[in-house]
Design a protein around this ligand. Sequence first.
Ligand code: G3P
Ligand code: CA
Length: 276
Amino acid sequence: MTHAPQRSIQVVAHRGASEDAPEHTLAAYKKAIEDGADALECDVRLTADGHLVCVHDRRVNRTSNGRGAVSALELADLAALDFGSWKTRDAWRLRDEEPDWVHRPEDPADTSVLTLERLLELVADAGRRVELAIETKHPTRWAGQVEERLLTLLKRFGLDAPASAAESPVRVMSFSARSLQRVRAASPMLPTVYLVQFLTPRLRDGRLPAGVRIAGPSMRIVRNHPGYVARLKRAGHQVHVWTVNEPEDVDLCVELGIDAIITNRPREVLRQLGRM
Ligand code: G3P
Ligand code: CA
């Protein structure tokens, strides 16, 4: 269903425009900005030499031509890898002819490892407000280092201490309540999103870890637990849902009054929301 313009729902590009371009690359984020996404989602991990890079998996094996854990590699090792060609190979494997949705970046920098610093620069240069939803991946292994590096970097861009949560163009998301607590302790105004993959009885009631105002349930939870979103809303929380790629799921999000849709297909979702 195409809706009357739904401007109140934020469209967040999950790992960039990751259906069209290799996830977590500059190519994917440039495409998402070009497509009109309101915000970009990215996962961050620490390299062996302490740089925050945008990589989803613990290892680089799936999304690059290299092997090994991000945490065991230095930034220079990662910079020597290609994070783009797997996407083209995957696309060819799935179809007989070249799929038209495969984005082929010409500049190698567009498909090399992306540091969070470079992504912040891209957002700063976007020429319009583009928000950033940064997910700390498995931060418990690093006992506070991920959050510390993250806040140092945000400070350098003047983004660590917004006047209010509503004004902040950056939010931090995590499946780890501890990670969000560390962020809030250092930067109380920075909005935090608690990602929910399984509903415990406590969460089912619409409660979130202390101080967190935004819930990030999976689309599966939203689909299978019809009253959950209403309970979160009654408790005064915002709801950001991942990963919403199917048109019928977009319809359900509109019906439920979801605040942000996190999707691999920002252009298609914007079109369905009547914004293109
Ligand atoms: O936006 C939240 C979502 O990205 C969490 O799942 O596995 O895609 O990082 P994952
Ligand atoms: Ca993520």
